[in-house]
Design a protein. Sequence first.
Length: 266
Amino acid sequence: MNMILHRLFFFLIGFFLAAPIIVVAGVSINEKQSLTFPPQGFSLGWYGEIFVNPEWRSAFFASVTLAVLSAALAVLIALPLAWFLWRRIAPWANIFQLLGIAPFTLPPVITALGMLTFWATVGSYGQPWTAVIGHAIFFVTLPLVTISLGFSAIDRSLVEAAATMGADDSTVFRTVVMPLIRPYLVSGYAFAFVLSLNEYIVAYMTVGFTLETLPIKIFNALRYGYTPTMASVTILFVVVAAVVFSLVARFGDLPKLLGAMSSTEK
């Protein structure tokens, strides 16, 4: 009896969490242009609208480009910082760790307002590249955490052995460290990419309407009414996130990336 109640409890929780996605998915295949659930008829045309309609297609490619570039920049910032923290070159190294984590711990609107003020002060507000830098700074925490976990898993005796054999720092990093942390580096990039793809506030505050990403496009389109294309974009985001995280779970150590320890490490 207890087992049945236990399973029923978790089923209800799962259903409660999945219900909004189910409703949005139903709306996205609605044949009519209306906000109705269950859907009236079946049509995948609203998904095609994302790539056929010039405005939605442009917003889609803008979002992907922003996510690709900002995630890459976030990794480029996080990698040397994590390497520096792992080596503990200076006693004040933890200050940089706090600076790397701070943007993600603050409310997004506070970070966005700070970036808006900065870019407006230097006269660069509205430039597309400011959104790339803004997202990279905002999401640098994710690759910093994953890459730091990768460094923590390295056996330092391997680095010491390589140094004993005459390898300099760059050789050790290229031949010993990089192959060991590559899965964590890719995972950090994937996390930053997915969240950048869905982010609205920072992008809007840094570029306004000069760069219309999919989240910005959705909010702009709401001023003129509702279309199931918005629901299609939402489901597309969910699918992309599910695929990316599934790949990370398949080829990486997802439990450790989420902060859990394996039984061999306890």
